[in-house]
Design a protein around this ligand. Structure first.
Ligand SMILES: [Zn+2]
Ligand SMILES: [Zn+2]
Length: 382
């Protein structure tokens, strides 16, 4: 490695892997310490009693994570010419230690009804990364680094949307409760609840996907709504994190409208919980850099390739594949597009700025450039 080399090495033995793991583990450990210290503000109400029950175990895990993060930081600093990763990891552990480390005191305050889901962010990140990072390494569609272009923007979306889990759940459910209580009929709901859970699960998927299909299509068709949705399409690399890039306005509108049939039909709780778990996985999966294609079943349930074509730069793929779950909806409404090959690239021809904050304001600002003048956030991979 010469001194004027443009980018630091990332190969095994260069201290990069230990540095990244150090920052990751130390950050997770510090986050957990903050959660324990400020449990009344930074953890989900529903989860607090579970955390209290397993607190000694949690403290043990946090201790191991922080010590490992620190040791990996030292390894990285020793191996690497560029010390910032290892030093950052060690600094995070130092801050966690100043707060009390794994033995940090629990705040002696009554639990607050409003919270930020820092615990939800940490658990979601660990869970999703643990499933999808190995999946993309083993079954990836194309060679792509974990830290590809735009990953910080997408992680910001992931962080903010999980942190705001309480307010986003409220905004999802409240409009239906306020404006559509008249549409709930006990006879209909008790019939729906009497159906087998598997059938209820399927009906939740179908009803939400029909609504979601049309809301998605309208976001593509109406120019001022498209600016919100263009943010989602602005990612030029597809992976497990890319699906997080959703403008807050779009996220609230799509979720609130998709919740309507669920609210009116009044499904039982177990299939609802199963659906929430399923959509969390499936919405991530269809964006993932994974080549799985379930053969003849690819018509039944959306595959990564099906949704990757929705993000494709090819002209023939524009305004195709709106469904999240059922490709048959696109077949039915004439928007299905699924050739054998994969798209040549992803992105959008609008000049969407980079970064969470600038993308937040982008739909509200007047268009400065036309499609022809703009630098499209399109990237061709092949
Ligand atoms: Zn779209
Ligand atoms: Zn998408």
């Amino acid at each position: 490695m010469s001194e004027d080399s443009p980018s630091p090495p990332t190969r095994f033995g260069s201290g990069w892997i230990s540095g990244v793991l150090s920052v990751l583990l130390s950050g997770l450990g510090l986050g957990a310490v903050l959660c324990i210290q400020n449990w009344d503000l930074l953890t989900m109400i529903e989860a607090r009693e579970h955390y209290a029950r397993y607190l000694p175990v949690l403290r043990g895990v946090v201790h191991v994570v922080l010590v490992t993060g620190f040791l990996l930081g030292v390894v990285s600093v020793t191996l690497r010419q560029w010390k910032y990763l290892g030093l950052a990891g060690c600094c995070l552990v130092f801050v966690a230690a100043l707060l009390g480390g794994s033995q940090v005191e629990l705040a002696d305050r009554p639990g607050k009804p409003f919270y930020l889901g820092l615990d939800y962010f940490l658990l979601s990140l660990i869970g999703t990364a643990a499933i999808f990072v190995p999946m993309e390494r083993l079954f990836g569609r194309r060679e792509q680094p974990i830290f590809r272009s735009g990953w910080k923007t997408d992680l910001s979306y992931f962080f903010i949307s999980t942190l705001a889990v309480q307010i986003s759940t409220l905004l999802t459910m409240k409009p239906a409760m306020v404006f559509f209580a008249w549409a709930q009929f006990e006879s209909v709901q008790s019939f729906v609840r009497s159906l087998p859970w598997v059938l209820q699960f399927f009906l939740i998927m179908l009803s939400t996907d029909i609504v979601q299909y049309w809301v998605h299509r309208v976001f593509h068709m109406v120019p001022w709504l498209w600016k919100f949705h263009a943010v989602h399409h602005s990612t030029d690399a597809m992976d497990w994190l890319a699906g997080s890039r959703l403008h807050i306005v779009e996220q609230v509108v799509v979720r609130a409208l998709s919740f309507l049939p669920v609210f009116i039909l009044g499904f039982a709780e177990p299939p609802m919980i199963a659906y929430v778990i399923f959509i969390t996985f499936h919405a991530t999966f269809i964006h993932a850099n994974v080549r799985w294609d379930y053969g003849p079943f690819r018509w039944l349930l959306a595959t990564p390739k099906f949704h990757h074509w929705h993000h494709a730069i090819e002209r023939e793929a524009i305004d195709k594949n709106f469904a999240v779950h059922f490709p048959l909806l696109d077949l039915l409404f004439g928007t299905f597009y699924l050739p054998d090959q994969w798209p040549s690239g992803y992105g959008v021809h609008d000049k969407v700025p980079r970064g969470w904050l600038r993308q937040l304001f982008y739909p509200f600002l007047p268009a400065k450039t036309s499609l022809a003048e703009g630098t499209p956030t399109v990237q061709v991979h092949e």
